[in-house]
Design a protein around this ligand. Structure first.
Ligand SMILES: [Zn+2]
Length: 72
């Protein structure tokens, strides 16, 4: 797995929203850093004012796999 595979990008504008590695999902924005692991669903709204797209992530760090599903 290369670094690019670990990037979570907005489905609309492809801005970098988060990264995934063996420790879990990391959201880094400004001075805030959050790392989440386990099996969960996360909803991320793109930070770009002209985008604001909803991105739904289904993550399992046990499987080391992230699936990004398009929202309706
Ligand atoms: Zn976006």
């Amino acid at each position: 797995m290369n670094a690019k595979d670990n990037d979570i990008r907005c489905k609309t504008c492809h801005s970098l929203l988060a990264k995934v590695d063996k420790t879990g999902l990391t959201i880094l924005r400004g001075g805030l850093q959050a790392t989440i692991d386990g099996v969960f669903r996360a909803t991320l709204v793109c930070y770009r004012p002209r985008c604001r797209s909803l991105n739904i992530l289904n993550l399992s760090t046990e499987q080391r796999r992230v699936e990004v599903r398009a929202s309706e």
